[in-house]
Design a protein around this ligand. Structure first.
Ligand code: SF4
Ligand code: SF4
Length: 206
């Protein structure tokens, strides 16, 4: 997230589902084309998500390959207090063989693979941070994790992309905000782009 994302209450005006919206998502150029480099560093998840993962550990173990560890004691870092997480506790996934413990040798997230095999929504077991990235929530604001994007050498490397974060992450935003929240976001986008004198159908990435 940008350095200036502090003091969200002063900087941002629009709230949806209780979160401020950083309008940078309407103009920030972004395209997701690499095969999941963001999964190579592990992820911090909420303690409740940790409990969900542990509750399906047998299914996860069955779906792991030889590059992953089936020892559940090696999957997570010790829990730590973190107010940015709903439960107030964050748990990091360990990096094993240079990738998140849940990433298989084909670059697939085992948690997503299981949900799809079960015919459930593909993100049923996936931590919200993973679903949202490169969007994130920080200090009560839905914003862009641009610091992490910058740390990832293969992330968002196409300088010619005409997409914005809003367009590239439409499915994720709908999932996160719900249909009503997403409609509100679309309306806010129109208002915001008009305010800065860019039409909704214009290329905002120039
Ligand atoms: S978000 Fe970035 S690092 Fe992750 S898959 Fe997309 S381009 Fe790659
Ligand atoms: S839990 Fe899945 S999506 Fe999240 S970092 Fe690990 S492999 Fe990637």
């Amino acid at each position: 997230m940008s350095d200036d994302s502090n003091n969200s209450t002063e900087k941002f005006t629009k709230k949806i589902n209780g979160l401020f919206i950083d309008p940078q998502i309407f103009t920030y150029k972004f395209i997701c084309t690499c095969p999941g480099h963001c999964c190579h560093y592990g992820v911090y998840i909420d303690y409740k998500e940790y409990e969900t993962i542990i509750s399906i550990k047998d299914k996860i173990i069955k779906n792991m390959d030889e590059t992953q560890s089936t020892n559940t004691g090696k999957w997570f870092e010790p829990p730590e207090k973190d107010v940015d997480f709903e439960s107030g506790i964050a748990v990091g996934t360990e990096v094993i063989n240079g990738k998140c413990t849940f990433l298989d040798k084909n670059g697939l997230c085992t948690l997503q693979k299981i949900a799809m095999q079960e015919g459930e929504h593909k993100w049923k077991y996936k931590p919200i941070y993973c679903i949202l990235f490169p969007l994130t929530t920080f200090e009560g604001t839905l914003t862009i994790d641009d610091e992490h994007i910058d740390r990832l050498p293969y992330c968002n490397v196409d300088p010619n992309t005409k997409l914005t974060m809003f367009e590239a992450c439409e499915e994720e935003l709908k999932h996160f905000l719900g249909d009503e929240g997403f409609e509100e976001l679309k309306n806010y986008r129109e208002e915001y782009l008009n305010e800065i004198n860019i039409g909704v159908n214009e290329d905002v990435t120039k």
